[in-house]
Ligand binder design. Structure first.
Ligand code: FAD
Length: 407
């Protein structure tokens, strides 16, 4: 008998799981998907090029509405189809508009939400996060008629938003509480290279400070006040200070949650009929904000649901890149090091190149590449595979090409 699978969340993790599942076991489930956004499943990562004008919304669709039809998947999508309750005894989910769907297995893939800091005055028009198509459409519309954008947060998303709005003709300022940009991905030296390059493009920076008040006129943001006393004109404020797992539904229905929905190695929650994947989960205390581990979770979950394999999820090092045209940057692992580490560095100010390799014992544990990231995959593998580097250490800094020449 065909079982029923219901998926809450029509995003990258949930739909990657469904895609893998129908490949492995096409006949096993009747699948129903609920999504709170009025779209098919799209590549959220590509919202950045949509913002700066290199791609359209149609370009970034992974699964359009026809795909669901072709695979006999029932899709309920739009704000009124957001799931508001799950009856774990009757095994059914209930959407905002009253739509009900019964399940044998339930997959929760509700992603995360932008962290909106509780700054006085922020509940006005023009203050938003950078998470979905609606946010990008609002930013593009504002950029067409307004002048001043302020980004709170100098992390990856904040800088991508800053660059996108700059490309759209806005005057952009980035405010970052930490003293240097991308402080979770870069050390001070690499961040200095990045700041100079972005400043040369026209982005202004206020580092080591934060926004203490949002001022408005007619319920629309007009300026922001910083803790260092500066006041900046603002028609748009993008809050990009982090994300938080979207677990309100899971908490309400009594699943074990801490910061995220707790899952085991099989992506199973505290209810054996309910699985969870994506940025909403917490696995062995760890939360997720990049697509590589989320897709790995999807693979494991699909195998579990298909009943064909017994694979388990393990967290591996994920690398980060910045999607700003003309800026090549790569970072993975423990790039700061500690008392037990040794650090190899190469700096070329003229060429704008910085390389840092952190070694502990006989392995590379962290890497930063700035200006030339052509060998990033090789370094990533060294870190991921904990490769012994004893025999190649003298050429490590120069990458795989140098090794091939020496061989
Ligand atoms: C602008 C941007 C750029 C990014 N760039 C990168 C990058 O370069 N590299 C990288 O690795 N990662 C990047 N990411 C992160 C990446 O997009 C996420 O890791 C990935 O989307 C997580 O997938 P998810 O399915 O967990 O969440 P999402 O893709 O957010 O999907 C969750 C979905 O669930 C829906 N939902 C929530 N609650 C309900 C409910 N109650 N009922 C129904 N539906 C619900 C949401 O509306 C959403 O559509 C970026 C993210 C953004 C926003």
């Amino acid at each position: 008998m065909t079982r029923k699978l219901v998926v809450i969340g029509n995003g990258m993790a949930g739909m990657r799981t469904v895609e893998e599942l129908i490949r492995a076991a096409p006949e096993r489930y009747d699948i129903t998907v609920f999504g709170a956004e009025p779209h098919g499943n799209y590549n959220r990562i590509m919202l950045t090029p949509v913002l700066f004008g290199a791609k359209s919304i149609a370009d970034i669709m992974i699964h359009d509405f026809d795909w669901y039809k072709q695979h006999q998947i029932t899709l309920h999508c739009g704000p009124d189809k957001a799931v508001v309750d799950v009856d774990r005894v009757q095994r059914c989910v209930i959407a905002e508009d009253g739509t009900v769907a019964y399940y044998d297995k339930l997959l929760i893939a509700t992603g995360s939400l932008p962290l909106m800091l509780d700054i006085p005055g922020r509940e006005v028009e023009g203050v938003l996060g950078f998470r979905d198509i609606a946010d990008v459409e609002t930013m593009i519309a504002k950029a067409a008629s307004k002048r001043h954008a302020v980004i709170l947060g100098g992390g990856l998303l904040g800088l991508e938003a800053a660059n996108g709005l700059l490309q759209r003709g806005m005057h952009v300022s980035v405010i970052n509480r930490a003293g240097h940009l991308l402080n979770r991905q870069l050390d001070r030296k690499a961040a200095g290279f990045l700041e100079r390059e972005l400043a040369a493009k026209g982005i202004q920076f206020q580092l080591g400070t934060t926004i203490v008040r949002v001022n408005s006129e007619d319920q629309h943001i007009s300026s922001v006040e910083l803790s260092n006393g500066t006041v900046l004109a603002a028609d748009l404020l993008i809050m990009s200070t982090g994300i938080k797992p979207n677990i309100s539904l899971a908490e309400r229905i009594g699943l074990a949650c801490q910061h995220g929905i707790e899952v085991d190695e099989c992506m199973r929650t505290s209810d054996p009929a309910i699985f969870s994947v994506g940025e909403c989960v917490q696995h062995r205390g760890e939360l997720f904000g990049l697509v590589a581990p989320v897709y790995e979770q999807a693979k494991v979950c699909a195998q579990q649901l298909s009943g064909q394999a017994d694979s388990q999820f393990k967290t591996l090092s994920s690398a980060t890149m910045l999607k700003v045209t003309g800026i090549d940057l790569f970072s993975v692992g423990d790039f700061e090091g500690n008392a037990d580490s040794q650090v190899l560095q190469l700096i070329d100010h003229q060429m704008g190149i910085y390389k840092k390799i952190v070694i502990r014992g006989d392995c590379v544990v962290g890497v930063i590449l700035y200006g030339d990231t052509s060998d990033n995959a090789w370094y990533l593998n060294l870190v991921k595979n904990k490769t012994s580097i004893g025999s190649i250490r003298d050429r490590l800094m120069f990458g795989p090409t140098a090794l091939a020449h020496a061989a």
